[in-house]
Design a protein around this ligand. Structure first.
Ligand SMILES: Nc1nc2c(ncn2[C@@H]2O[C@H](COP(=O)(O)OP(=O)(O)OP(=O)(O)O)[C@@H](O)[C@H]2O)c(=O)[nH]1
Ligand SMILES: [Mg+2]
Length: 313
């Protein structure tokens, strides 16, 4: 693990926050240049802090930026898991060096969807921390609406800059990198230069499968489905054998995941294997199982795996 010795560098954590489905994970993946955080059309796809690390050089600056993708911050609900998710998200925000706040500009009324976050931003003690506004999904809207939105959001909060991007189409994303390359604190890199995330491989593999479950099932399954990697073994030939369990909360969901004659789960396993091979750059064998655990979302073990605190009030 060779860390660069010179101190003529910058390093900082940038929290990526925004309402569910705003495109936080898509944007982070684009900035890092790799699929680190899973993406789906369902709200609340991201469940915990996911780090995406990138080194960028611009205008004589060499900066390592550690983006922290957070779960969509939403109104606190009754469920323990939701509370823990919201608390973890704000904790990360307060600990970071800068905040990137992303808004889905294509919504009918983006302001209404962002009241909780704007209120949250105003009430957190941010010190000198800068908040940068990113209006996303500009591929879906006209420029006139965009200007109005810029004015309206800047009237609500003192953002240091506003960017208009399409994360999905990778438009305008590089300007955000340039922005941070010049603005983060001077100091040595905190991670090796080629590191893309600090997520353990087993958890990353579970996330890859969770994304495939979302993709193959669309709206057939409620969002409280989980994937755990139960076994991770290296075979003598260097390939990796992974056993994973897809947890559903009801017996009735099991056949949905399996599909006719096990077709669905087979397809998920194949797609997950391909994705793992791309990310980890070695051969994989993926075995998927489905189990019913009625209250996995109330199980403290699950919180431990995710680094969440189950005792949030
Ligand atoms: N048209 C368009 N769609 C986008 C853009 N960015 C993201 N999306 C889509 O928006 C959906 C949500 O994207 P995510 O990156 O998962 O959003 P998120 O904010 O991380 O969502 P949560 O983790 O659930 O809070 C996905 O279907 C993306 O493909 C964009 O610039 N344009
Ligand atoms: Mg996400």
């Amino acid at each position: 693990m060779d860390l660069p010795q010179n101190t003529d560098t910058q390093f900082g954590f940038v929290s990526v926050i925004g309402a569910p489905n705003a495109g936080k994970s898509t944007l982070m993946n684009q900035m890092v240049g790799a699929k680190i955080s899973i993406v789906s059309p369902k709200a609340q796809t991201t469940r915990t802090r996911v780090l995406g690390i990138v080194v960028n050089e611009y205008d004589g600056h060499k900066t390592q930026i550690a983006f922290v993708d957070t779960p969509g911050i939403f109104k606190a609900q009754k469920r323990r898991l939701d509370k823990a998710i919201v608390a973890a998200a704000w904790e990360g925000v307060v600990d970071s060096d800068a905040i990137l706040y992303i808004v889905d500009a294509s919504l009918k009324n983006p302001m209404a969807h962002n009241q909780d976050i704007l209120t949250g931003l105003k009430s957190q003690s941010l010190g000198s921390k800068k908040v940068t506004l990113v209006l996303n999904k500009v591929d879906l809207i006209n420029p006139e609406k965009l200007l109005k939105l810029t004015t309206a959001f800047n009237a609500e909060f003192d953002f240091d800059a506003t960017f208009m991007v399409s994360a999905e189409k990778n438009r305008g994303v590089n300007d955000i990198l340039k922005h941070y390359t010049k603005r983060l604190p001077a100091g040595p890199f905190m991670y090796p230069e080629d590191e893309l995330t600090d997520m353990p491989a087993r958890l990353m593999a579970a996330e890859i499968t969770r994304e495939q479950v979302f993709r193959k099932l669309h709206d057939e399954l409620p969002y409280n489905m989980a994937v755990d990697t139960e076994a991770w073994d290296e075979r003598p030939d260097g390939s990796i054998e992974v056993h994973q369990v897809i947890y559903v909360t009801r017996e009735a969901h099991k056949p949905i995941v399996l599909g006719k004659g096990g077709q669905k789960i087979k397809a998920m396993g194949m797609a997950a294997r391909q994705e793992m091979e791309k990310i980890f750059e070695c051969q994989f064998h993926v075995k998927l199982f489905v189990k019913v655990r009625e209250q996995w979302d109330e199980d403290p073990e699950h919180y431990r795996i995710w680094g969440l605190d189950p005792h949030q009030d």
